[in-house]
Design a protein. Structure first.
Length: 263
């Protein structure tokens, strides 16, 4: 069994996070939930990290929850086991959504159950052409978790979300792209390179503006146009006080690439 269920490597301003239980297709268990929570807390507060790539070791991104672990709890207290694990896992989800830096998923192989839920929370997603995605919770007789019931209808609409959740059908990368569940599909051997390419581009961009953009888009689903316009006004005024916007304006006028603040 893998000693560290979540690995972190920093490449320049990009943090590469790897789900690391490949022997069980990175199935989510309590130890991984705690490790993912702590990792995301660390990255969220690390100012040297400007973008994040999340990927899975081995043959897939994540094949869902650790059903074998659930089975071991059938004669004990499954409710306590599941509830405790989700408390930690949902803290990780909140950190991903809250952090003021883009998080990119590099998705391959099985992306099922909790793996699909996790993928839905990410800001951007690139899929390998061998991706197989399914929400799968209904197969275990349970409702979804991990934020999937929040993000899925926002991406595909209510009826399609209910279809995906209740029928638990499997679909391939090309279908995931058509539904907007991933941004782009690439050959499997190009997945990590393409994810890093996107992450490095984002890491070299205006971090302050990206953080505000993420907040504005996320809050737009829960507000009206007047409040959203006011929030946009406040955000761009804040940007006007930043070194990044000043550099962007100068670079535009001087017809050169902008060099945004790396601090």
């Amino acid at each position: 069994m893998s000693e560290n269920p979540v690995l972190v490597e920093q490449k320049g301003a990009v943090a590469v996070v790897t789900l690391n239980r490949p022997e069980v297709l990175n199935a989510l268990n309590p130890a991984m939930a705690v490790a993912l929570r702590d990792t995301m807390y660390q990255i969220e507060s690390d100012k040297s990290v400007r973008s994040v790539v999340l990927k899975g070791a081995g043959r897939g991104f994540m094949a869902g929850g650790d059903v074998a672990g659930f089975h071991d709890q059938l004669d004990k207290n499954l409710q306590v086991h599941v509830g405790s694990m989700l408390d930690d896992y949902h803290c990780a989800i909140r950190a991903i959504v809250r952090m003021e830096k883009p998080v990119i998923g590099a998705l391959h192989g099985p992306v099922a159950g909790a793996g699909m839920s996790l993928a839905l929370t990410l800001d951007l997603a690139i899929a390998a052409d061998n991706l197989m995605m399914t929400l799968a919770y209904a197969k275990l007789g349970t409702s979804p978790d991990g934020g999937s019931t929040y993000f899925l209808p926002r991406i595909v609409g209510r009826r399609k979300a209910l279809e995906i959740a209740m029928l638990s059908d499997r679909f391939k990368a090309v279908d995931a792209e058509k539904m907007g569940l991933v941004n782009k599909v690439v050959p499997a051997d190009q997945l990590e390179a393409e994810a890093m390419n996107w992450a490095e581009k984002l890491a070299s961009g205006p971090a302050f503006a990206f953080g505000l953009t993420k907040k504005l888009i996320d809050q737009s689903f829960n507000t009206d146009i007047d409040k959203q316009l006011e929030a946009e006004r406040d955000a761009i005024v804040s940007c006007a006080g930043s070194d990044d916007m000043r550099e962007g304006i100068r670079a535009f006028v001087e017809k050169r690439p902008a060099e945004f603040n790396k601090e």
